[in-house]
Design a protein around this ligand. Structure first.
Ligand SMILES: NC(=O)c1ccc[n+]([C@@H]2O[C@H](COP(=O)([O-])OP(=O)(O)OC[C@H]3O[C@@H](n4cnc5c(N)ncnc54)[C@H](OP(=O)(O)O)[C@@H]3O)[C@@H](O)[C@H]2O)c1
Length: 230
């Protein structure tokens, strides 16, 4: 897919990785709908700013009506609530799934018909493929979004829409502000993903964490989760 001349829509474009996507898409010659729950927070000269809360069906329908020419959909919006599945607040578990799974799916359903031989990029995570203490709700939601990505790819193959999943470990955004660990530059993540779309690739592993976690799935899970017992 050629980004120069494409019409892109980015969810959660007001900050973090989403802002990088919108900015780099403009640099690569796309027209860009930069969407956010609070559109007044979007500061991207050259972008068309729209309100969009992906968990609100009326907001999704209004955005689809306001942007009828989109052929590149970047599903970036996400939350992390650090909620355990067994002992945590069930409302927060639901919020993770409402955002990453139901929200992403409702945006795809609203825009799919107009995408044609364009593309969808779903911003997933290495945590689609593993659990970490405290990541229960997030991992479930990202795993569901990964599975959604694979099914939507098959369902939209007849209309030749490219459906790409992006996986990575920690990225230096507000979402990871509380963690003092090595983090990817969000600009580098967006660049890798946009390069992949232009190369018609269906999966992007943006760092060594994503590569290692994916490789671990082929081994005994005890090696990954309980290495001290091996
Ligand atoms: N940071 C990481 O380490 C990392 C790693 C792997 C994957 N990811 C994924 O990367 C994506 C972007 O995350 P980020 O790191 O850029 O996080 P971030 O800086 O916290 O930004 C999250 C963005 O999503 C928006 N958002 C949340 N809920 C929304 C909703 N219901 N409707 C519309 N927008 C909504 C936020 O809007 P508000 O400003 O209104 O809250 C914000 O613009 C997410 O899908 C995340 O899961 C992040």
């Amino acid at each position: 897919m050629q980004i120069n001349g494409a019409v892109a829509l980015v969810t959660g474009a007001n900050r973090g990785i989403g802002r990088q996507f919108a900015s780099q898409l403009l640099d690569r010659g796309a027209r860009v709908y930069a969407t956010a729950r609070r559109p007044e927070l979007v500061d991207l000269p050259g972008a068309t700013v729209l309100a969009l809360d992906i968990t609100d069906p009326a907001s999704v329908a209004a955005a689809a009506e306001a942007a009828p020419d989109v052929n590149l959909l970047i599903n970036n919006a996400g939350v992390t609530t650090a909620t355990d599945l067994v002992g945590g607040d069930l409302a927060e578990v639901r919020r993770e799934l409402d955002t990453h799974f139901w929200g992403t799916l409702s945006v795809i359903r609203a825009f799919a018909a107009q995408l044609g031989d364009g593309a969808i990029l779903n911003v997933l995570s290495a945590l689609s493929w593993f659990a970490h203490p405290g990541s229960g709700a997030y991992s479930v939601a990202k795993a569901a979004e990964w599975s959604l990505t694979n099914s939507v790819r098959l369902e939209l193959a007849a209309q030749r829409t490219l459906v790409t999943g992006l996986h990575m470990g920690a990225v230096d955004t507000d979402m990871m502000a509380g963690y003092d660990i090595p983090k990817l530059d969000p600009a580098d993540v967006a660049r890798q993903a946009l390069d992949a779309i232009e190369a018609d690739r269906i999966e992007v592993l943006a760092d060594g964490t994503a590569v290692a976690v994916k490789a671990s799935l082929a081994a005994d899970p005890a090696d990954f989760y309980f290495p001290a017992r091996r």
